[in-house]
Design a protein around this ligand. Sequence first.
Ligand code: NI
Length: 182
Amino acid sequence: MILPIYLYGQAVLRKPTEEITQTPELKQFIADMYETLAQADGCGLAAPQVGKSWRLFIVNGTELAEDYPECTDFKRTFINPELLEASEETCTYSEGCLSLPGISENVVRPKTIRIRYQDENFAEHEEEFTGFCARIIQHEYDHLEAHVFTDRISPIRKTFVRNKLASIAKGKVGAKYKYKRQ
Ligand code: NI
């Protein structure tokens, strides 16, 4: 089932998230998140973006592998993730977000990260990711911390996107996919 994506301005995007435990409904919810991500043509989706204040996000960078070889087979579910380390070395990519349609801005972030998480079977993993994989993970992890990527852009760029963000929050801007707004 395709879930509506909550757009900027919805309170759930600014709420703290809670750790989750295995429930019978969770598998279907995760399957719905993958279906939602695919139809919206995105590479990552966090639970708050579909209205749940849970520490859960999914990534699927497999279609980006041509441009970013590190994304080959990069399709994973991250449950109760914890960022353990981030490199001093940074890189800059232009980011977008399904909750902020029509906005893309350069964001500087650590190039490599180490993360502990549970997969959809609640098996524990600790893994290092770099390049675009690390980028997607950090963007989605931010959603679990009640951040969106425009919180991290330069003050000058923030003034440029302020009106766009206000338009989304007021319901004047929509998206091509199923979404929820004020
Ligand atoms: Ni996002």
